[in-house]
Design a protein around this ligand. Structure first.
Ligand SMILES: *Cc1c(COP(=O)(O)O)cnc(C)c1O
Length: 376
């Protein structure tokens, strides 16, 4: 076997290497796609129906509604819960823009609370300080694969009659106190974007809920607001999951728990290898959470993050900054928000290292060796 050093020269270490799963599952995936072609039902066929049943079973929920994307899942979950124009929705300023965008998209206003510097998740104890008579919902984002501390959040939400919509785009299969995230609030919204822990080979999304009215409204909204074709009752969307994507997801779905274990294993190795390295803060795994490490995100102190990233790049190691700007600092919101200092600090310090379920220990050793060298 060639040494990592030699490989690194010819092939850069990516942040996510999907070639392992493609190699393992390609024959099954090609069969599944061929099956769809042979049957010839491309929209709302058997694979979509079966995947929805399988997802409802996996999560132990009443309803699983597949959609076109995670972003649409958030938009549709908000609308189906009765959130709309003029309402305020509280969320994290340290997330992918889609969380806040979904709130604006339905005419509501995102309201932010700052995050915890060790988990990167919104601090539920800050919720109360921003609740107004207009506050209608809260969207906890289980960032990088780790659950938000849901019990205090639910208590405040209950007291103020707020709807809780979980953004689970990065935490498929993650848990909070033994319960799967996405099943804790009124609805859970997932993304099947290719790089997510469970991704398809295109776009896709899922909304899960135990609330029959919410599920029915979401099901109508995804198909032009109709229960019965050509008898439209609501202004909806075209937001269905493609049959081919559903067929691919059904091949990959049985592997998700093993893949998440692989990510957890890899994160344990990173912790061992990086433990004691100065100027690096490791992500904290809370005892209430089963973290599924969509990202393994370290903080690099003393303003050396960009330098470290550049040096790793020069050694053939990719890394990525999630997120270089907190949401409230995005150009689209210019001048609209005040300061969320922890989210702002994090945007200068975070660096997500290569991680995927099958990443080899030797690759991680090589990466850490170069991190140590770069920070000397
Ligand atoms: C990926 C992601 C989304 C959006 O999902 P898409 O399927 O890409 O629309 C929403 N929220 C978070 C936190 C995400 O990471």
């Amino acid at each position: 076997m060639a040494k990592r050093n030699e490989i690194a020269i010819s092939k850069k270490i990516p942040v996510l290497d999907m070639s392992y799963e493609v190699k393992e599952l390609k024959p099954q995936i090609m069969d599944a796609i061929e099956g769809v072609l042979d049957i010839g039902a491309f929209i709302m066929g058997q694979n979509v129906k079966k995947f929805e049943q399988e997802a409802a079973e996996y999560f132990g929920v009443g309803y699983a509604v597949t959609l076109n994307s995670g972003t649409d899942a958030l938009v549709i979950a908000l609308l189906a819960s009765g959130v709309g124009a003029g309402d305020e929705v509280i969320t994290s300023p340290f997330t992918f823009f889609a969380t806040a965008e979904a709130i604006n998209r339905i005419g509501a206003t995102p309201v932010f609370v700052d995050v915890d510097p060790y988990t990167f998740n919104l601090d539920p104890l800050l919720l109360e300080s921003v609740i107004t008579s207009k506050t209608k919902a809260v969207i906890p984002v289980h960032l990088f694969g780790q659950s938000v501390d849901m019990d205090p959040l639910l208590e405040i939400a209950r007291q103020h009659n707020l709807i809780v919509i979980e953004d689970v785009a990065q935490a498929f299969g993650g848990q909070y106190k033994g319960r799967k995230v996405g099943t804790i609030g009124d609805a859970g919204c997932f993304s099947f974007f290719p790089s997510k822990n469970l991704g398809t080979y295109g776009d896709g999304g899922l909304l899960i809920t135990d609330n029959p009215e919410l599920a029915q409204k979401a099901t109508m909204l995804r198909a032009h607001g109709s229960k019965k074709k050509y008898y439209n009752e609501l202004i909806g969307f075209n937001s269905r999951l493609d049959e081919i994507q559903a067929a691919i997801l059904r091949v990959k779905f049985p592997y998700i728990d093993d893949w998440n274990e692989g990510r957890r294993e890899a994160s344990r190795r990173y912790r061992e290898l990086l433990g004691g390295v100065e100027r690096i803060v490791l992500p904290v795994e809370e005892s209430y959470a089963k973290h599924v490490y969509h990202q393994f995100t370290i903080r690099v102190l003393n303003g050396r993050r960009d330098e470290l990233q550049a040096k790793l790049d020069a050694e053939g190691i990719s890394s990525i900054v999630y997120y270089p700007l907190p949401v409230h600092k995005l150009p689209v919101y210019e001048g609209q928000y005040g300061s969320y200092p922890i989210a702002e600090d994090l945007s200068h310090e975070v660096l997500s290292l290569p991680i995927w379920p099958q990443i080899e220990e030797s690759t991680q050793q090589y990466i850490v060796q170069k991190i140590v060298k770069a920070l000397q």
